[in-house]
Design a protein around this ligand. Structure first.
Ligand code: PEP
Length: 259
């Protein structure tokens, strides 16, 4: 059993407007309380759309809930002439603890390269926001058995020019693209294999202590009935959950099943 705290992060994607967000977070908080989830055993994070963050902040900080929250993306740029972008400093000001960087939907739909992802990781770290760096292979790469090499290259290129000290606290989410939103889940062995490979590469490239402290999540169709199995390996420290995090009580049940 590792001493890393379990992390369960709910990525709402483009779901829930700010009113629905308030209701969902309130129900999540009540359900977590009812489930008597031990807050020392796991961190629960909600990751709503940008337009919900202020509402979620008011609710969570106002009610002193132990949940934390984050954003789904961040600009690599400083504030300025970048229409439609959101700066890391704005997210920090809103109390975001985490930001998802390099989600496969953004890599595919918004042409985010590893270079851009690396710049986003740096922008987040500069504002002391923890990046949840997403990496993972396509179905084709898995079938060709190039998935480990591909994912580790994505890891290295997405962290280019960063040193061990600046990466302290980083979270990595291994999310095979073929498992996201498809109902297909990697087996516990698949998740364990990749998490171990990522940890070994962090040790090789940076340091043993960074490898030991970095939380590695699995993401891809995680649900209440498969979360325990997915988290079976000591190397897997939590889950990035999409669809199954949208309903507060259901996400609380998933968190309970994970602990
Ligand atoms: C995700 O959005 O990162 C994700 C893993 O989605 P889902 O759980 O719906 O597959």
């Amino acid at each position: 059993m590792s001493d890393r705290t379990l992390l369960l992060a709910g990525n709402w994607k483009m779901n829930h407007d700010h009113l629905e967000a308030i209701s969902s977070v309130q129900k999540l908080a009540w359900a977590l309380e009812d489930a008597k989830l031990d807050e020392t055993k796991c961190d629960v994070v909600v990751i709503p759309p940008f337009t919900d963050i202020r509402s979620v902040q008011t609710l969570i900080q106002g009610d002193k809930l132990w949940l934390t929250y984050g954003a789904q993306d961040v600009s690599q740029h400083e504030p300025g002439a970048h229409t439609g972008e959101i700066a890391a400093s704005f997210l920090a000001r809103l109390g975001c603890t985490y930001v998802v960087v390099g989600h496969s939907e953004r890599r595919a739909n918004n042409h985010e390269t590893n270079d851009i992802v690396a710049a986003k990781v740096k922008a987040a770290l500069a504002q002391e926001i923890t990046p949840i760096l997403c990496i993972g292979e396509s179905l084709e790469q898995r079938q060709e058995k190039t998935h480990v090499d591909f994912t580790l290259t994505q890891l290295e290129e997405s962290l280019a020019d960063l040193d061990s000290a600046s990466l302290e606290g980083l979270v990595i989410a291994y999310e095979p693209v073929w498992a996201i939103g498809t109902g297909e889940t990697a087996t516990a062995e698949d998740a364990a294999e990749m998490a171990a490979a990522i940890r070994a590469r962090l040790a090789e490239r940076y340091s043993d202590s960074l490898a030991a402290s970095t939380r590695i999540l699995y993401g891809g169709s995680v649900k209440t009935d498969n979360v325990a199995q997915v988290l079976a390996s000591d190397d897997v420290d939590g889950a990035l959950v999409g669809g199954a995090s949208l309903n507060g009580p259901d996400f609380a049940a998933l968190c309970k099943a994970a602990v």
